[in-house]
Design a binder for this molecule. Structure first.
Ligand code: SF4
Length: 156
């Protein structure tokens, strides 16, 4: 579920209930009694917002031939809108470097790699577990978009 600004606010914390459902707790309310404990989601404007880690979609389509497939582009656009993630076009072998280089100013809360290539065995497990291989002729499918959202929901 996309929580708006809370997604990447330092004050937000994901809590899992005994029954397994996930909800967002605004921890600002723990120290400021005047602050709403359970903000109405998604929060689109908030005076208490302080930027925290990002959700990131790394898109690697370097070896995809020709023009993008319209249906796949709209599926990707929907994924970006629903997840609130930042989209970064990159080669899959540059992801690790990007995460390290941007750790200070754009730390990742979670990420997914959408790629048209099979990743080499040398790619670390924590990256390959977050990669989804797209068919070059079909692009991102609806099922893959749902899987990508689930990966983005799993915080690092
Ligand atoms: S301070 Fe605002 S944006 Fe941040 S978690 Fe609380 S309600 Fe969400």
């Amino acid at each position: 579920m996309y929580n708006g600004l809370c997604e990447r606010c330092v004050w937000s914390k994901e809590i899992r209930s005994d029954r397994g459902s996930l909800f967002t707790l605004c921890t600002r309310g723990l120290t400021d009694p005047a602050w709403p404990k359970y903000p109405r989601l998604p929060v689109l404007q908030c005076t208490g917002f302080e930027a925290g880690p990002l959700r990131i979609i790394f898109l690697d389509v370097a070896d995809a031939p020709g023009a993008p497939i319209p249906g796949a582009v709209s599926t990707l656009n929907r994924l970006v809108a629903e997840s609130g993630a930042r989209l970064i076009v990159i080669g899959a072998d540059e992801v690790q470097n990007w995460l390290e280089e941007h750790r200070a100013e754009a730390p990742a809360r979670s990420f997914v790699i959408l790629t048209t290539r099979s990743l080499p065995d040398t790619v670390p497990r924590d990256l390959s577990d977050r990669a989804i291989r797209m068919d070059v002729t079909r692009g991102l499918t609806g099922e893959q978009a749902a899987a990508a959202l689930a990966i983005l929901d799993s915080v690092l």
